[in-house]
Design a protein around this ligand. Structure first.
Ligand code: SF4
Ligand code: SF4
Length: 89
């Protein structure tokens, strides 16, 4: 099964309180913006020198926290009962 087909099977219960926060003030000084191409769920989108972030489809992989060298990301898991539920691995 292709990865795109597997991702379509992922179930989310979106926490209205974002579990990831981005200090967007740091983003203009980060021209490569690795979060925009490392996030498998495409939660980060570049808008000029700013970054737009939506946590809705987050797969909780932690990649954005690892690649954000300026430390602009505050990362926690969603609150209990919320977040991603994987099916078929
Ligand atoms: S990697 Fe971090 S600092 Fe760079 S654009 Fe993304 S969120 Fe902003
Ligand atoms: S934890 Fe993974 S899926 Fe969620 S926003 Fe970060 S890189 Fe994207």
């Amino acid at each position: 099964m292709a990865i795109e087909d597997r991702l379509r099977l992922v179930f989310y219960r979106v926490d209205p309180e974002p579990h990831i926060r981005v200090n967007a003030d740091a983003c203009p000084a980060c021209p490569d913006g690795p979060c925009t191409f490392c996030c498998p769920a495409e939660c980060f989108q570049r808008d000029g020198d700013r970054i737009r972030f939506l946590h809705d489809g987050c797969l909780e992989c932690g990649t954005c926290l690892l690649v954000c060298a300026p430390g602009a990301i505050t990362w926690t898991y969603p609150r209990g009962g919320c977040g991603v539920a994987y099916r078929f691995s």
